[in-house]
Ligand binder design. Sequence first.
Ligand code: GDP
Length: 383
Amino acid sequence: EQLDAVCVGCGSPLQSEDEQAPGFVPNSAVGKANVLCRRCFRIRNYGEFLPVQVSERDYQEQVAQIFDNPGLVLYVIDVFDLSGSLVPNLARFVMNSEVVVVVNKVDLLPKGIHYEALSDWILEQVRATRVEAQEVLFVSAATTEGMTRLFHRVNGVTDKPIYVVGMANTGKSTLLNAIAKRFEVQNDPYTVSRRPGTTLALSKFQVEGPTGSITFVDTPGLVHGTRVIDRLCADCLKRAVPDARIRPRVYQLNPEQTLFLGGFARLDFEAGVRQPIVLYISNQLPVHRSKLERADNIWEQHRDDILEVPCGACRSSFDDLKALPIQSTRTRERVPNGTIPVSGRGRDIVIPGLGWITLSGAAFRGRLWLPNWLEPVLRPRLV
Ligand code: GDP
């Protein structure tokens, strides 16, 4: 059925096909007057923020409002998927705002992380996109770990809006809910701006801080479409994406052995010295060690019974692998182009969305196999 009405809360055209898209209403609301879309309904009635996802074009239009009315931007990043959290073209919209990078989901990180090194690395990656962030805050919106520092940071910001920006699934809604709860917002706390005709107006809420009222502005979440999480069913997600603190898994690997990270990645150790390889990935993801000479056979014959994830239905996205040479160098010896270099101090090889592999820096020559659309990222060791 064609709906031509708009939500009286946010102005999004009403539709009942896509629950994730703006303006969704259940079929039962079709044809009624003064309808709120489900998102606005829940915001109004339960004081609850829900993720909303929009197309890239609508997204740009939304965030352009930040440029017109600059403020403080809380840029929410998923600690497990930094490259997948970077918002395309954000720089030009926030160039006149202050930007604080809020690194979320730190409850998943293992113990013993060097937060300073992580912070430096994240700032470097964010600045490489020309977003001039000055500060990194580590939080868990889910456990509220680190949230006190965030509240201190925003408490005095009474003279300009605070925008919460982030790609879909970085935890932006969870963060907003945690903020609302901290300030104990009750009784119709959220004013959802009325802007009929726009795809979705930015929704705002005000809270009373120690020195005056603070305005938070929610922005939609942009869907990447090219992350691991975008390509998995619910069951595979549960096993592949970390949802509890990661317990590092250490493998003493000999040359001519292979490690499989489920059916997502494969690390071949061709030559070098026996050494510990540490995996920081979901505790639920099966890891299999085999002889290198058996590895092709396992990949071809045993993805269901040994590697298990992704399932047969999700597998097509992960079928075509590329092999990236890896080489550790104790000296300043050059590695061939296209090779992943591992320095003497070791390196984390990050597989965005899945976790990372730490190589110790001991002599290693081998290959990392990854889905051909997934780019690994090198990082100094965090642990
Ligand atoms: P949004 O799309 O950015 O609004 O993200 P949501 O708030 O809907 O969160 C996306 C997913 O990440 C959900 O499965 C949340 O439960 C999860 N999540 C959000 N914040 C945290 C966090 O601090 N820690 C963990 N472990 N998971 C989180």
